[in-house]
Design a protein around this ligand. Structure first.
Ligand SMILES: *Cc1c(COP(=O)(O)O)cnc(C)c1O
Length: 345
């Protein structure tokens, strides 16, 4: 029987810290639909400052933040250039098409990273048969790519491409602080090439709920309307925003620990028979690995859960994902490696 549960399903499983609980308890609140919640206002100001952008909006989820960006950056009927395995293309219930009325134009990247030359090549000449170009989306870090980080010079290149074609750039930066920590740069250096960025407070940053959408003042003014339309206008949301403020003030530097445990995990896994890991792809806190040698990833996942209380995600019959976060220490990684070794034997 499993004792302690080790949950590697996602960094979304992190619980709020004691400091967050205290800040939530003490938060000053008001009706945020009237823009009268001082704690939400403070979070939005802080987020905008950290991103070097004019304004920011607190939204219930990353999915809603991305959808709002789709709705506000370009009119319906346009096409959106994005990576094939991006979250917006694959894991947001098709909101891009169904709600925003936009046409995804997927481009395949290497470990999720789009080559600027491939983006250029995907842009078609004006023709009556084609939808007009609407937007370019970049996912940084790239989730399915393995938590991979975009080179800064690529981001500068996308800016150029977008300007040449008169379109905007939206960054799905759900884990953009993981990229900043990995690259050891101020996050402003990463997002300065984008017109907007969405990032999550509720993943590695440990807040219970919420994401931020940041951009120009006029864009955020439109975004407020879109959020209300989608049903995301919240009232005394200061109790949630209070935790978000603590996230931004206290949770960023420690992401380096998650990268360290992910590396330890990836290196350990790669020495187990029947498992292969693309170590180059393990750049932040996500570890994807392949199972071969007759075992099925779903069976491995099931055994880890039933016998050892280790939770992870099987993406398909071959691939398992494990995510490190605040509740996973180096000792937990040791135990995971030992148990995976037993399951694979
Ligand atoms: C988690 C995630 C999101 C948003 O997810 P929500 O669960 O809606 O907050 C968006 N993009 C990427 C790459 C993600 O990993």
């Amino acid at each position: 029987m499993p004792g302690k549960i080790i949950n590697l399903m996602s960094d979304t499983v992190t619980h709020p810290t004691q400091e967050m609980r205290k800040a939530m308890y003490e938060a000053e609140v008001g009706d945020d639909v009237q823009k009268a919640d001082p704690t939400v206002n403070k979070l939005q100001k802080l987020a905008a400052e950290m991103m070097g952008m004019e304004d920011a909006l607190f939204v219930p989820s990353g999915t809603m933040g991305n959808l709002i960006a789709m709705l506000c950056h370009c009119p319906a009927g346009r096409e959106v250039l994005l990576e094939t395995d991006s979250h917006i293309n694959k894991y947001e219930v098709g909101g891009i098409a169904r709600v925003a009325g936009l046409m995804p134009h997927p481009i395949k990247g290497k470990l999720g990273i789009l080559d600027p030359a491939d983006v250029r090549a995907a842009i078609r000449k004006e023709n009556v048969h084609f939808p007009a170009l609407g937007l370019l989306c970049i996912e940084n870090t790239h989730n399915v790519g393995g938590g991979t980080v975009y080179p800064l010079e690529y981001l500068a290149e996308y800016r150029k491409i977008a300007d040449e074609h008169g379109i905007k750039v939206h960054m799905d930066g759900a884990r953009v602080f993981n990229a900043a920590v990995r690259q050891q740069v101020d996050v402003k250096e990463i997002v300065k090439h984008a017109d907007s960025v969405m990032f999550c407070l509720a993943k590695g940053l440990s807040a219970p709920v919420g994401s931020m959408l940041c951009g120009k003042g006029e864009f955020i003014a439109e975004a407020v309307r879109a959020r209300k339309m989608l049903g995301g206008g919240m009232r005394q949301a200061g109790v949630l925003a209070a935790a978000g403020i603590v996230s931004l003030e206290q949770s960023i530097d420690r992401l380096a620990d998650d990268h360290q445990t992910a590396r330890q995990l990836a290196e350990g896994l790669s020495s187990i028979n029947g498992i292969s890991v693309d170590i180059e792809g393990v750049q932040t806190n996500l570890v994807y690995f392949k199972i071969s040698g007759g075992k099925d990833a779903f069976a491995v996942r099931g055994e880890l859960k039933e016998k050892y209380g280790i939770l992870c995600e099987a993406r398909n019959a071959e691939v398992i994902r494990m995510v490190t976060h605040r509740h996973i220490g180096s000792g937990d990684v040791g135990r995971v490696l030992e148990c995976v070794g037993k399951v694979m034997r």
